[in-house]
Design a protein around this ligand. Structure first.
Ligand SMILES: [Zn+2]
Length: 263
């Protein structure tokens, strides 16, 4: 594909090889937005079980490697594992994902709501794990509004990154568990954040979002989240992408404890 492009550029003439190569990379490689579209398509295929888990794994890995490469080309992003480790240990890197709330609102006493074992992103039939933290708001009448302020609660991006997929069409009665969700890719961590059960999604795929920016309003969308026994909460998951391009869930509890709070 790239060879065809080089031939075409040479035929146009008057362009030296070095500059034409730069142009070719921009025109022939998928854009970040194209990866977002691929991700969105894949995620729906997994949910609908129209793709085999092994095929899904391969497609996912390709998308993650492509995204990493795309952002690696931007000189502002420095990649090395030492830097990623120090970002993860630095509480100031993370923004608490609910405006007006704090770690006291995390489900369980010490974040034991996290159960990472048995998780498989690529097999919708696999259930039982909960590789996430649930963060609850005061909403006894379950109207998606904070009981004290009578206003919606903003979901904020934990870190800066690009929105790679959203769902906005969930309706009560739908069996889909995530409801109206958002997937974001953080190129500095090379990881994915998943924010589920939103009432309103305020971002679109391909959009760059700064840490602390509003991405949604909390809600009760999702098969179980909508049930009366469930308190209104944000379901927050983080997946670390490995060198093979595949995801591994990681507990965000320590990050949440030291994250910057937003009033
Ligand atoms: Zn949850």
């Amino acid at each position: 594909m790239r060879i065809v492009g080089i031939v075409a550029a040479v035929l146009v003439g008057g362009v030296n090889v070095a500059s034409s190569q730069v142009v070719l990379i921009d025109s022939n490689e998928p854009t970040v937005y194209a990866y977002c579209q691929q991700f969105q398509t894949l995620y729906v295929q997994i949910r609908e079980q129209t793709i085999e888990p092994d095929s899904a794994r391969a497609v996912f890995s390709g998308i993650m490697k492509g995204l990493q490469e795309r952002f690696r080309n931007q000189e502002t992003t420095v990649y090395d594992s030492v830097r990623i480790d120090s970002l993860m240990r630095n509480g100031a890197y993370f923004n608490f994902p609910l405006r007006g709330y704090s770690p006291r609102s995390i489900g369980g006493t010490h974040g034991e709501g996290y159960r990472g074992r048995g998780f498989d992103l690529f097999d919708y039939k696999v259930r039982g794990s909960h590789p996430a933290q649930d963060i609850f708001i005061y909403d006894r009448n379950q109207d998606n509004l904070d009981d004290n302020t009578k206003a919606p609660v903003d979901v904020l991006a934990m870190t800066s990154g690009v929105v790679i997929g959203i769902e906005t069409g969930w309706l009560p009665g739908s069996e889909y568990r995530g409801g109206n969700w958002i997937w974001m890719y953080d190129p500095a961590l090379h990881g994915l954040f998943y924010y589920a059960h939103n009432n309103v999604v305020a971002v679109t795929p391909g959009q760059w979002v700064q840490a602390g920016e509003k991405i949604a309003e909390i809600g009760r969308s999702g098969y179980n989240a909508y049930k009366a026994r469930s308190g209104t909460h944000l379901h927050l998951m983080y997946l670390q992408i490995g060198p093979d391009g595949l995801p591994q869930p990681r507990n965000t509890y320590e990050w949440l404890l030291t994250a910057r709070l937003t009033k």
